[in-house]
Design a protein around this ligand. Sequence first.
Ligand code: FES
Length: 76
Amino acid sequence: MYVCICHGVTEKDIKKAAKAGAQSLQDIKQATGCATGCGTCADVALEVLQNAHSQTTPEFLKILQPGTQWKEPTAA
Ligand code: FES
């Protein structure tokens, strides 16, 4: 599925960039050119990126990713 019509970027391209380390929309822009034209694809691109990470990274490892902040567990 095409995410970015301006630059011909597909969902697969974004997932590939995510696998290669893209963590933010800015990373996706640099890796693929997505969202650097009209910008209307930015929200969908970010959603695809977030889905790619949630599918490829087990929840317990997300704390180890750059940009993730530690949250103290709350008592029940
Ligand atoms: S559709 Fe992606 S920049 Fe225009």
